[in-house]
Design a protein around this ligand. Structure first.
Ligand code: BMA
Length: 330
């Protein structure tokens, strides 16, 4: 049981609010924990499955290609049980778009389908694109194939339809060198349209200038859909991947109500600052415990390991109340 989460009232007035607290056992998973040889494990999608925490993590081999592997734990921190072999592998013979591997899965429980949808990145010859798979047990997994053309990634579905259509969040490359978060709709999960920008990358000195993307799957709360996204700041020393929050309208999730001006989590610990790609925190999933109100983000540290950080949902929502509405001229 995850319980070591300070309340906002414990915090000092003169410091930034630390909404998320790292687990003392971090990194909670490294490649050494896997039952087969692998270079790194990182960027996991996360969901609750049969009262356990289930992660589907990106695992990179020594060819440099990634596949996806499942890990299950009772307490969400320790004693992870991994599949003995890759759970979802690239199949370039059947799916040519998976030529150089598959990456960064985001898992959504689809209420009307009674199945989980896994949106992941396929690394094709012509760049990354969004692929979709469905499963009811994480053993038999049906790939639906590519649903967005390259370059596009950082995708997840909302768990239900709005006005008869599913909504996908995704991140096409557009606007020259800029990348913003978009939404698209579909009646059948296969044909997508009504493409519309949701959240724009800011410009100039902002922590989330030029390139942003969805991190975890959208989370329904009483105040709206909570969105965890990453922003990339390019510095003389390289890129820094940090996290921010946005709140979307409950009935119309294509409308942004609030957006954090400051990042709420960034690379600080050695396993986040140093690795294959330094200065990266990159969650693909989070899980809310309805009883405790504690939310757990599972994230990749420096493209090399998996970390866990927790917050009280009530603190996140309180924080969002004080955030501004998004501004066109950011
Ligand atoms: C992004 C994705 C992530 C990766 C991050 C930092 O573009 O490829 O999988 O963690 O870059 O390297």
């Amino acid at each position: 049981m995850i319980s070591n989460v300070p309340k906002s009232s414990d915090r000092k007035e003169d410091s930034y609010p630390e909404l998320f607290i790292r687990n003392p056992s971090n990194p909670i998973i490294t490649a050494k924990d896997l039952p087969y040889p692998a270079h790194t494990i990182f960027n996991p999608g996360a969901t609750e499955f049969e009262n356990n925490t289930l992660l589907i993590a990106r695992v990179e081999d020594r060819k440099g290609f990634s596949h996806l592997t499942k890990a299950i734990s009772k307490d969400g921190v320790s004693n992870w049980i991994f599949d003995k072999n890759p759970t979802i592998e690239a199949e370039p013979g059947i799916h040519p778009e998976e030529r150089w591997g598959i990456e960064d899965p985001r898992i959504t429980w689809m209420t009307d389908l009674g199945k989980w949808a896994i949106a992941y990145t396929s690394f094709s010859r012509t760049g990354p694109l969004v692929s979709l798979a469905l499963t009811s047990d994480f053993v038999s997994i049906k790939k639906l194939g590519p649903i967005m053309a390259p370059d596009d990634k950082d995708a997840a579905l909302f768990p239900r339809k709005f006005n008869g259509k599913y909504i996908l969040i995704h991140r096409p490359y557009s606007d020259g060198h800029k990348a913003h978060i978009w939404t698209s709709t579909s009646a059948d999960l296969l044909s997508w349209g009504e493409n519309q920008i949701l959240l724009n990358a800011r410009s100039g000195g902002w922590w989330d200038a030029n390139k942003i993307g969805l991190s975890a799957q959208p989370l329904e709360t009483s105040d709206g859909w909570l969105l965890l996204y990453h922003g990339v700041k390019h510095t003389a020393a390289g890129a820094i991947y940090r996290l921010g929050l946005a709140l979307l309208d409950l009935e119309n999730p294509r409308k942004v109500l609030k957006r954090s001006n400051e990042w709420i989590f960034g690379p600080e610990e050695p396993y986040e600052k140093f690795g294959d790609v330094s200065d990266v925190v990159f969650p693909c999933g989070w899980i809310l415990n309805d009883e405790t109100g504690i939310i757990s983000i599972y994230y990749g540290g420096a493209d090399s390991c998996i970390g866990l950080a927790t917050a009280h949902l009530s603190d996140l929502l309180q924080y969002m109340k004080n955030c501004p509405e998004p501004c066109e001229d950011d």
